[in-house]
Design a protein around this ligand. Sequence first.
Ligand code: M6R
Length: 608
Amino acid sequence: MCGIMGYIGAKKASPILIEGLEKLEYRGYDSAGVAILDEGKIQVRKFKGKLSILKLDVEENPIEGNMGIGHTRWATHGEPSDVNSHPHKSSDGKIVVVHNGIIENYMEIKEELKSFGYKFLSDTDTEVIAHLLEYYYNGDILEAVKKAINKIEGAYGLGIIHADNPDMLIAVKKDSPLIVGIGEGENFIASDIPAVLKYTRKVYILENHEMAIVKKDSISLMKTDGTPITKEVFNVTWDVEAAEKGGYEHFMLKEIYEQPKAIRDTLLPRLSNGVDIKMDSINISKEYMKNLRRIYIVACGTAYHAGLIGKDILERYVRIPTIVDIASEFRYGYPFIDQNTLVIVVSQSGETADTLAALRLSKEKGARALAITNVVGSSIARESDDVLYTWAGPEIAVASTKAYTTQILALTLLALDMATKNESIAHEDKECIIENLTHLPSKVEEILSNVENINSIAEEIYRSQSMFYIGRGIDYDVAREGSLKLKEISYIHSEAIAAGELKHGTLALIEEGTPVIALVTQDRLYDKTLSNIKEVKARGAYVIAIAKEGNSEIQKSADKVIYIPDVIDEITPVPSIVPLQLLSYYVAYKRGCDIDKPKNLAKSVTVE
Ligand code: M6R
């Protein structure tokens, strides 16, 4: 995710752009820049780091000019740096582009343009668009844009300016949000409504394959092939704060709802024609697999819980012993690490102190380190031998949601890749998992479109003092994450127990009405967990089962059932956690908790 802002009018553009970008910082904040057209020349200022660095620079050395584009970045291709920051210029410096999204075929285009003599300064996918526009430009910028759009594949919200066309901004949209703000004698483009709310409440919301030619006094809307279109003006009624959260009351809820997109973004670039895995960013060869003796997965909190799911799929298909450890334990333990060990560190922020220390220790002992992280250029990404990014976009709420689901997917893709190289997975199994992964975003959408049952269950349990989560196998792993989610945002005591372990102690705590959330999604473990449900039921528990659609039998044993779409057992953790995230959210909401910023916790834990 990144934020785009554009302005054309009679006022000085730079302060308006920076103010707009401030409202978009939730979309990314590792670098920022603006490009302003003044007297036929485009000036670009861009810096790594927070928007405040750019703001200070522009305050100290003001830029004149009444039109321009700006960008706040969340790095995908190329680490955060001045040169990788947007805007990006064409070689002649006349065309400037800001971009939100990912250009999937940028390497191919880059090679082609290089062969024509174009020189690239950055590692970004965006820079190819600027050069491509110059390549196609033949006196008509619109024609050049149409041709470039035909050539690029992937997701893009684009803001484009051209020095020879000082009266227009061009906005293009596919799979990344973009709006046009309608002002009086001035107009705007932006990734999201809050950026323009100070100036106007009237906007056009662009749809895929649409573009806008935005002038001071007019806006022309068209398809990307040039066919003119008309659109209804959308009148914004929300306040700025609500608008930043996309109309959701909390970032956590917004991020729960962003999961289909985060899943798609993490999966699709790594699925080759929907039948194979392509892992360009990591370098694990068949040769390496031959000498690999053990795998460690090291992480904290939610990322640790994702690691537990990773162990299951790695051991099942790669057939290499895999140990999952909490980073703060691992670093003071006696791990078995040598050059035949792969240490996978998982971290949303890429800055968690314990995980970073575990990574450094592993490398010192000769292991190869592979990071799964959401933040390009983070310390963990920089210090690891290989990095597999989760493309979840910035996660603002302290409670991790979309990072967890995408971490599971990254681990699943990694396991499939390693198992292929290890020749330890049957072709049919791999095909079946990939097929199921492909449908995962729409399965999660299904859950998110029908939340009433979950909300009404929350209504029944939100006054509880204590709750338990039970399950077996990966259901138990998901139970641990569900339990963490509940306790951290609702402050209700909660524990996850391996269902078969209840009778060894925890059963003593089950009383009349104690909520027990029982995950029963694993076919081979179903009967066993059902017996454990009966055990807690017999002690008065109020059982809420998470089961696969079609299992009507479970209704006889549970008080309430939350159904998840039917997927193969290996990938149930993704659909299973979504209702548990929502349940925690609704419970915390009904208890009046500060959901996005729970007490005593921080988003990024950079101290030991
Ligand atoms: O940034 P990281 O993934 O390394 O963070 C690890 C934990 O601090 C984090 O997952 C924490 O447990 C979450 N807030 C839980 O929702």
